[in-house]
Design a protein around this ligand. Structure first.
Ligand code: NDP
Ligand code: 13P
Length: 320
């Protein structure tokens, strides 16, 4: 069994480092110069600095070579997934593709598994998600993740092949629940960052996380997810991590909004597009998603964080 990671961002590189503990791994970058630099310097200086690449990792920009592996982990941002898969659909046909991204596609409202199905119809799709900062994984710190695949026989094999010394994988066939847990927690992390950045305090953050989780459950149930999936690593687990740590880019982005600080626009912040996608779908379905709505509005500059908080607090009172 051979493994490649397609996409050499922070997360793809961290996964490659962890998987290299089991055997050889190919790490693919679309950028030839970046691939050469990483292969020679044994470091991803751009996205995961100061962490060495084990000898068992081969970095390449040759997609034909990388796609020869049995299992391909696809680790690019959600809004780039369709384009990346479409570009390489010919060599990805029939492969096992494990999406590692967290989000909802803005143009279609779809999650990663559906995007794989549409772009590479005869691939075998799965999803890896859950609480996991790239930096932690790359440093060998332990975490537990959710591996989601409709085909439980394939999933059992993947669970065996992708578990490592520091990644304990739990499997589920509820791909919708796993996708939505990972996608929606990023929106709530922006909200929590904004709340702390605006100086609202820890009690407000706990309230926002809890009501945010209620929104996550409401949306996921509407889409056919199982409630217990949201209670697991991909939902509650990742929500807790991302809403409470400044290692999260979504949280830091929210923090910057609340403090009215600048934020590097090249940083991957998945929750921004996902909040917009959610708001569109919720409006069409008549679903009440107030936190997602204000996260979309503060991200687009339609309202300030202060105005958003006042609006949330002044809505009609209701049952919990
Ligand atoms: N970082 C983390 O801690 C975690 C991230 N994730 C998820 O992983 C996904 C990727 O995030 P992350 O690695 O952090 O992001 P980064 O911003 O660190 O890297 C994104 C990577 O995707 C590549 N890329 C972008 N578009 C394409 C394309 N069309 N074809 C090929 N490669 C492309 C970029 O290449 P280039 O450099 O050439 O632009 C870059 O290597 C996200 O969905 C994120 O939510 C999940 C868990 C943890
Ligand atoms: O998904 C993550 C942790 O599980 C990483 O979160 P950020 O994308 O907000 O950094």
């Amino acid at each position: 069994m051979s493994i490649s990671v397609l996409g050499s961002g922070a997360f793809g590189t961290a996964l490659a480092i962890s998987l290299a503990g089991n055997g050889p791994v190919t790490l693919w970058s679309r950028d030839t110069k970046q691939a050469q630099l990483m292969q020679e310097n044994r470091e991803n200086a751009a996205r995961l600095p100061n962490i060495g690449l084990p000898d068992r990792i081969t970095v390449t920009s040759d997609i034909a070579l990388a796609s020869q592996s049995d299992i391909l982990l696809v680790s690019v941002p959600m809004q780039k997934l369709r384009g990346a898969l479409r570009d390489y659909a010919a060599v990805l046909a029939g492969k096992t593709l494990v999406a590692c991204c967290k989000g909802i596609e803005l143009s279609t409202g779809l999650g990663p598994i559906s995007v794989i199905r549409e772009t590479v119809p005869d691939a075998h799709p799965a999803l890896l998600t859950g609480p996991s900062f790239a930096d932690d994984i790359a440093r060998g710190l332990p975490t537990a993740l959710t591996l989601a695949c409709k085909d439980d026989v394939l999933n059992q094999k993947l669970q065996h092949d992708l578990s490592t010394a520091n990644l304990r994988l739990y499997r589920t066939t509820d791909v919708i629940g796993a996708e939505l847990g990972g996608a929606l927690k990023n929106v709530m992390a922006i909200g929590c960052g904004a709340c702390i950045g605006e100086g609202m305090g820890e009690s407000a953050r706990a309230a926002l996380m809890t009501r945010g989780f209620a929104e996550m459950q409401r949306f996921a149930l509407m889409r056919g997810a199982r409630p217990d999936t949201l209670m697991g690593l991909s939902g509650m687990g990742d929500l807790v991590l991302t809403c409470s740590s400044a290692l999260s880019r979504n949280y830091r982005y929210g923090l910057a909004l609340g403090r009215q600080d600048d934020f590097d626009t090249n940083t991957t912040v998945e929750g921004v597009a996902t909040a917009q996608a959610l708001t569109k779908i919720a409006a069409a379905e008549g679903l009440d998603m107030p936190i997602s709505k204000v996260v979309a509005e503060i991200s687009s500059g339609e309202c300030s964080v202060g105005e958003a908080i006042r609006w949330l607090l002044n809505r009609p009172l209701k049952e919990e």
